[in-house]
Design a protein around this ligand. Structure first.
Ligand code: AMP
Length: 186
């Protein structure tokens, strides 16, 4: 059974929505670094204060910071008896992917599947504009798409080479996309 997976794709592709549904259906731990960072900002923690301005500009917060968040959650889960997980929005660049690989080697929990959600830019921008989040104004959206192309898109080749990648067309209804993803699980 597929128990350890990543969702990859541009902002607005629907990773969060699909990750939430799949994690609930399969009993997986859903780790969204964006959600965890927004919770820190909301709580006004030192970590949140460090991340807030960077997030508002649509840039990536430091690798060390997100890695520490992911490491602590995965270690907690393992200490509590283990289980599957779904990473959403992490890794975002090659350095994070390498660091994640090392962490998962340590934990003895290799990735089984990387789901790439693909969607046209025009649809992405339209979806993001209708979402109304603090970092969803048009200039910041364009910048986030650029950051995705420059820093995150290289992960497509990285995971394809490792024979972990499967692409899904992320257009259509939530249910249709959900069914496409479910069909990739074994
Ligand atoms: P998201 O909810 O995934 O769109 O993330 C919102 C924002 O949080 C991003 O634009 C980044 O500023 C930050 N963020 C989320 N995940 C990461 C990550 N893995 N590495 C660096 N920054 C991240």
């Amino acid at each position: 059974m597929t128990q350890r997976l990543l969702f990859l794709g541009p902002p607005g592709a629907g990773k969060g929505t699909q990750a939430q549904r799949l994690a609930a259906a399969q009993g997986l731990l859903h780790l969204s670094t964006g959600d965890l960072l927004r919770a820190e900002v909301q709580a006004g923690s030192a970590l949140g204060q460090e991340a807030e301005a960077v997030m508002a500009r649509g840039e990536l917060v430091s690798d060390a910071l997100v890695l520490a968040i992911v490491r602590s959650r995965l270690e907690q889960q393992q200490a509590a008896g283990g289980g599957g997980w779904l990473l959403d929005g992490f890794p975002r660049n090659l350095a994070q992917a390498e660091a994640l690989g090392q962490l998962l080697d340590e934990l003895g929990q290799p990735i089984q599947l990387v789901v790439l959600m693909e969607l046209d830019d025009a649809v992405l921008i339209e979806r993001l504009l209708s979402r109304g989040r603090a970092d969803d104004n048009e200039a910041v959206i364009r910048h986030r798409l650029e950051v995705y192309r420059e820093q995150t898109a290289p992960l497509i080749a990285y995971y394809r080479e490792r024979q972990l990648l499967q692409a899904v067309e992320a257009a259509g209804t939530v249910e249709a996309i959900e069914a496409r993803i479910a069909a990739l699980l074994t």
